[in-house]
Design a protein around this ligand. Structure first.
Ligand code: AMP
Ligand code: ZN
Length: 465
């Protein structure tokens, strides 16, 4: 398999460090809010990478962290009047609800910063001992200029960075480029004991420490969104390579942005939809399909039209699956006809083309193309097929959809439809009881979920807007 390595800026053959094994790390969410559709892009794509690596026979150890101590979490805890641990726990649970909805398997290990504190402190200590870091008023900073290769991932020049760096008043740093590894405790903030007094870790050191703890000093793949390249991943490299004295990551993989009106979807810009809200309108699985329809490094624009196209494509896949499942149980058990024999003989070619697409830097769009070609070929053959064709066609369909993580959610879609129908029935009942306030409230809630109601002589019809 070839993957595009952001470090070398080219596609490279993926050669694991240990035969038959892949160790990969993906930067996970800061848990202070619901995830938005942009956050779902790396989560879904790197889940597919992991599934594909397993499919071709690797044993994959996949680590994805939770940043559970951070300024945003602390702010949120003040807003909500609960502890930052409670904020983190709440949004970790919400993360798993969405991830499961999206068909994303839990990672092998989901470490939390607050549970890896000894490793974090240990790594900061090593950096101080080696002269790569220094303490100042209870904070610890990384001496960025001391790391000769700084900027190698993002292609930034340290002198350009220096001239653009903001010098803050009362700065205790030796150099504006230095970044915090450890932050001295402030009143009302969670804190841990350390050789530099009570405090909490900076964001970047977490990933270096967790990656080393669970995967070792050098790992195969490190992934995340493109916006993490600088400064987050650049700083991770500086920390890990200085502390460990060896290469940190063999392959860096970054997904492109999910945009909305051609601008990056982001919490700070306010131009986002949470996965929860989008799933209420389109279903979780349509979001997954939509993400897989484009190459992970290309920008992808979120729109109603493309989500609806994904819903329609998905529903064609479900129809094919249903037909084939029925035929696999009920079609006559006769010898294949000549045309059927030819189709059976061609099935391995579909597998080969599917694999070629995935081997080419995880080209999921093309892999989905092969999947639909398979569906069309089998459909053309199965007006009245023999059972073997139906069974083998279905097995191949499932082989592909298992790698892509599709066709898992029929029940979930049905549940969503049932919920909407229940709400409509409740609205009818409220109207009958002349409780118009309640009827209007339900109508508004349905509207907010993108459901359009139409009163007809035969009753209320509904559709997704
Ligand atoms: P954040 O919560 O901003 O730290 O992001 C969590 C993960 O989602 C990181 O891997 C980001 O790179 C990724 N991410 C955030 N916004 C987008 C977006 N609009 N498109 C693609 N990935 C994103
Ligand atoms: Zn990270």
């Amino acid at each position: 398999m070839k993957v595009f390595n952001s470090m070398t800026r080219q596609k490279e053959e993926l050669v694991p460090l240990r035969e038959g094994e892949i160790r990969m790390y993906c930067c996970g969410p800061t848990v202070y809010n619901f995830i938005h559709v942009g956050n779902a892009r790396p989560i879904i794509l790197f889940d597919v990478l992991r599934r594909y690596l397993e499919y071709v026979g690797y044993q994959v150890t996949f680590v994805q962290n939770f940043t559970d101590v951070d300024d945003k979490i602390i702010n949120r805890s003040h807003e909500e009047g609960i502890s930052s641990q409670e904020v983190a726990e709440k949004y970790i649970a919400e993360y798993f609800t969405d991830a499961q909805g999206l068909g994303v398997r839990p990672a092998t290990i989901h470490p939390k910063a607050t549970e890896t504190m000894d490793d974090i402190i240990d790594m900061v200590k090593t950096l101080v001992d080696k002269g790569y870091a220094y303490e100042a008023n209870g904070d610890v900073y990384y001496r960025t200029r001391k790391f000769a290769d700084y900027g190698k991932l993002s292609g930034k020049n340290i002198d350009d960075l220096e001239s653009g760096a903001r010098v803050e008043v009362n700065d205790v740093k030796e150099d504006p480029l230095d970044f915090a590894l450890w932050k001295a405790a402030k009143p009302g903030e969670p804190a841990w004991d350390s050789p530099w007094g009570p405090g909490r870790p900076g964001w970047h050191i977490e990933c270096s420490a967790m990656s080393r703890r669970y995967l070792g000093q050098t790992i195969d793949i490190h992934c995340g969104g493109q916006d993490l390249t600088f400064p987050h991943h650049e700083n991770e490299i500086a920390q890990s390579e200085a502390a460990n004295g060896c290469k940190f990551v063999n392959y860096w993989m970054h997904n492109g942005f999910l945009n909305i009106d051609n601008k990056k979807m982001s919490k700070s810009e306010g131009n986002f939809f949470t996965v929860r809200d989008a799933a209420a309108v389109y279903g979780y699985e349509a979001i997954r399909f939509f993400m897989l329809s484009a190459h992970y490094r290309s920008p992808l624009n979120y729109s109603k039209a493309s989500l609806e196209q994904s819903q329609a494509a998905l529903s064609r896949l479900y129809t094919a699956e249903e037909n084939l499942s029925f035929l696999a149980e009920n079609a006559p058990e006769r010898d294949p006809s000549e045309a059927e024999a030819a189709l059976l003989a061609s099935l391995p070619d579909y597998r080969q083309r599917f694999r070629e697409a995935m081997d080419d830097d995880l080209n999921t769009g093309e892999a989905i193309g092969v999947l639909f070609e398979l569906v069309r070929a089998v459909n053309a053959a199965v007006a009245d097929p023999c059972r073997t064709v139906a069974k083998e066609g279905l097995a191949m369909l499932h082989e592909f959809t298992d790698v892509l993580g599709l066709l898992y959610n029929k029940q979930q879609e049905k549940d969503l439809d049932a919920e909407i129908e229940e709400m409509i029935a409740a609205r009818q009942a409220a109207r009958k009881a002349k409780n118009f306030a309640e009827a209007d409230r339900i109508r508004d809630e349905l509207k907010a979920r993108g459901i359009v109601l139409e009163d007809t002589p035969q009753g209320v019809k509904w559709r997704r807007a």
